[in-house]
Ligand binder design. Sequence first.
Ligand SMILES: Cc1cc2nc3c(=O)[nH]c(=O)nc-3n(C[C@H](O)[C@H](O)[C@H](O)COP(=O)(O)OP(=O)(O)OC[C@H]3O[C@@H](n4cnc5c(N)ncnc54)[C@H](O)[C@@H]3O)c2cc1C
Length: 444
Amino acid sequence: MRSFVSTDDIRSWGGILQGQHFVSQPNWRDQLPRSIAEARDAGQSLLAIGLGRSYGDSGLNPGGAIVDMTALDRIISFDPATGLLRAEAGLSFADILDLFVRRGFFLPVTPGTRFVTLGGAIANDVHGKNHHRAGTIGRWVRRIGLLRSDGTEIELRDDDQTGLFAATIGGLGLTGLITWAEIELMRIPSALMDVETLPFANVDEFFAVAAESEDSADYTVAWVDCLAKGNALGRGLFTRGRHAPGGTKLARVGKPKLTVPFSMPSFVLNNLSIGLFNSLYFYRGRRAAGKATTPYLPYFYPLDSIGHWNRIYGRRGMYQYQSVVPPVVARDATTEMLKAISKAGEGSFLAVLKTFGEKTSPGLLSFPQAGTTLALDFPNRGQLTLDLLSRLDDIVREAGGRLYPAKDGRISAAMFRAGYPAWEAFAQHVDPVFSSAFWRRISE
Ligand SMILES: Cc1cc2nc3c(=O)[nH]c(=O)nc-3n(C[C@H](O)[C@H](O)[C@H](O)COP(=O)(O)OP(=O)(O)OC[C@H]3O[C@@H](n4cnc5c(N)ncnc54)[C@H](O)[C@@H]3O)c2cc1C
C-alpha cells in the first residue's frame, strides 16, 4: 500500500472513538483507482472520509484503509440557468457558500455546520432546518460518480432503476467512493436572513408553535432546556427564518474567531455548569425574543464560529444522540425522553428539537422521516451516560422511531435493524471491499 501512511490521528468528532488507520490522500481523481486497488490487493477494507464531522464510528475503519477525499475539491461545471453544480466530492459546503452566495445561490439543504464535504453530506443524506420544505440533500442530487472496488466508475442518475443511487444516498460510504456529484443549488435574494425567535414554556407549546410555523417559515428549529423540570419541562426557544428579500450585504466566510486550543478538563462541564448555562440561555433568549435580520452564517452555523468547539468536552469526549419518532407518538415520546434526561440530571447544552416534514428521503438508509427529531449531546461520564442512552433507546424503539448513524457510536444491531427495515436491501449494494466500524457492528 505505497500511497497509504499509517496513523492513529483519526478520531470521531465526538472524541470517544479513535483507531489506527492506513490513510491515503489523493490530489487527483485519476489517483483513486490506484488507492482502491492497493487496499483491495492488500486485503484491507476501505472507507472514504470527508471533513470528519460524523460523531461516532460511521466514518472510522480502525485497522483498515481510509481515503481522505478533502484534496479533491474542484468545481467541474456550473450552469447559472439551472443552478446545477457539478463538483468533486471533497468540495466543502463552506467553499460552495463562499463562491456562490455572492452570485445569488445557496445550498438547497445544509446541516448545522458548513465544514462538511459534498461526498460526506450525500453519504449521510444530511438534513437541515428546512426539512419540512426541502427534505434531505439527496432530493437535490442529480448525478453521482461512483468508483467501485473492481475499478469500474459508474455515473448514477436520480432516475436510476438499479437501486445503487438509492443505496449511495445515505449509504454511509459503503457502496464505493463518490468521486463527484451534481446538485441543484437554489436561488436566494440576499445573503441575509429574516429570523424570529419565540420562547415556549413547555413541550405542548413547542408542538403548537411548530405546527403554526410550518406553512409560513422556510426554516424552523428549537433549542430546549433539557434540565428544566415539572411545568417547565421542555421549555425553550423556537426560531423560524427565511431568506431576506432584496438586501445585498455579503457575508464573507472567514476563519473561526475563537478556537478551543486543547481538550478542557472534565470538571469544566458538570451538571451545575450545564444547568446554569441552560437557564441563562433560556432567560437571555426570552428577553431578546422577537424579529431580527442577520447574516446567514451565524444563523445557520452558530457553532462554526468556535473552532474545535468539541474540545470543551475534554479528553473523554461526548455522545451525540439524535432520534426521530413518528408524528402520532411524537408528543408523548418527546416528553418521556425529556423526563428521563431531566431525572438523570445528565444535561446537554445543545438540545435541538425539530419537526421533520412529509418529504420522502431518496436513500434506503436515510435517517429523516416524518415526525419529531431530538438531538442532544452528553459529556461522556461512562456507564451513567450509557445507562441514560439505553433508556432513551427503549423510548425511541417503542415509539417506532430510529437513530441517526452519523451521530451514533454504540447502538445495537437489533436497534438499528428495527429502525431501518431496508437495511437488508441496502446490504446487497455494499461494495465487498468497503466497510466501517459502524457497519461491522450492526451487520455482523
Ligand atoms: C456541529 C455539527 C452540526 C451538524 N448538524 C447536522 C444537521 O443539522 N443535519 C445533519 O444531517 N447532520 C448534521 N451533522 C452531521 C454532519 O452533517 C454529517 O456527519 C456529515 O456527513 C459530515 O460530513 P463530512 O464531510 O465531515 O463526512 P465524514 O464525517 O468524514 O464522513 C461521513 C460519511 O460519509 C462517507 N464519505 C465521506 N466522503 C465520501 C465519499 N467521497 N464517497 C463515499 N463516502 C464518503 C464516510 O465514509 C462516512 O460514512 C452535524 C455535525 C456537526 C459537527
